[in-house]
Design a protein around this ligand. Structure first.
Ligand code: SF4
Ligand code: SF4
Length: 327
């Protein structure tokens, strides 16, 4: 064991993006992330030795106290003992960004929807099969799925089954919640998969305004079905997420309605974040966060405690609550 500053993504992580592979998916800290492992990638077989060598290069630099500027300010950096002798992958992130059954106003794909819908998707299933075959995977890390919508990919259910079969026991799927997935339901039942469902609203009007698809009823029906799949009432495997979009859904009435729907549909765990572009603009222009937003975050924290809901703070919300010591 050696003590130095590094992060588990540098040692054991891979993030599959639309046309490249990165070390991780984090990009809203000061350094901005984007530590490329492979640029212009389209799903071809991987030479794992090259990836391990690249990771070793970063590890060696970290040992010399050199932190890549792209990691600056990232909350995953940690000064601790790292067991870097064994080489394996156990943090994997999937961001296919090629299609979605929702059309959220804040999503970066909405800037150029036509192009987004035309983007080619590559299958990760053969690569993950190869990772298992080469015995380079080790349970204990985390596997996450994010944007676009993972459940509408043809390979999705098979991929989840493969991951479960090979010992992945911490999978998180971010989904629009519009399509119900049997594989997700199975993962919840086995207590190995969390699903985070994108609500962003507490009323149909706000849902339609933000999502621009008329699926409010379908969404909450699926939330309930997933919540019912939970087999241990002391553990939470289903969350709904609310991204605070300033001047759109940042009022207490809307948030209260969302709290009500969570309770009504058997949800005990919630996720909060703040719209990324908004936060980026504040950061880039050195603008102080408006007081109403700080107060609203405080309100959400207090209300979730009152209702005994587990609150999971995603990146921008975490930065804000840390900065203003709200938690
Ligand atoms: S420190 Fe942060 S930005 Fe750097 S590799 Fe780790 S998770 Fe990614
Ligand atoms: S659900 Fe996610 S990927 Fe789909 S439009 Fe909304 S933010 Fe984008």
């Amino acid at each position: 064991m050696n003590k130095y500053t590094s992060c588990h993504w540098i040692l054991h992580g891979l993030s599959f993006e639309n046309d490249h592979i990165e070390m991780c998916c984090l990009c809203c800290h000061k350094g901005g992330g984007r530590l490329y492992i492979k640029e212009n990638y389209n799903g071809k077989g991987l030479t794992w030795d090259n990836i391990i060598d690249l990771k070793q290069k970063f590890i060696n630099e970290n040992k010399e106290n050199i932190i890549d500027r792209r990691c600056e300010g990232c909350f995953n950096l940690s000064n601790r003992e790292w067991d870097d002798n064994e080489k394996y992958i156990n943090y994997i992130h999937f961001n296919h960004w090629t299609r979605c059954n929702s059309d959220c106003i804040y999503c970066y794909t909405s800037w150029d929807k036509k192009n987004f819908q035309k983007k080619k998707h590559y299958n990760v299933l053969p690569i993950i099969k190869d990772l298992f075959k080469k015995k380079l995977f080790r349970p204990g890390g985390e596997i996450t799925f994010a944007g676009g919508e993972p459940t509408i990919l043809e390979e999705f259910d098979e991929l989840i089954k493969l991951l479960l079969k090979n010992g992945a026991d911490r999978i998180t799927v971010h989904s629009s919640g519009i399509k119900f997935s049997k594989a997700i339901e199975r993962g919840i039942k086995e207590q190995k998969l969390h699903v985070c469902l994108s609500a962003d609203s507490g009323t149909r009007e706000m849902y339609n305004k933000i999502k621009r698809v008329d699926c409010f009823d379908k969404f909450w029906k699926n939330v309930k079905k997933y919540a019912n799949a939970q087999t241990d009432i002391t553990k939470n495997f289903v969350e709904t997420k609310y991204i605070l979009i300033p001047d759109i859904n940042t009022n207490k009435e809307e948030i209260d309605k969302w709290f009500e729907l969570n309770i009504k549909n058997g949800i005990k765990s919630i996720v909060i974040d703040i719209e990324n572009e908004y936060c980026k603009k504040l950061r880039e222009n050195n603008i102080t966060t408006p007081q109403y937003l700080i107060d609203l975050c405080k309100y959400i924290i207090e209300k979730s405690r009152e209702l005994n809901l587990n609150l999971i703070d995603y990146n921008n919300f975490r930065y804000l609550t840390t900065e203003y010591k709200l938690i």
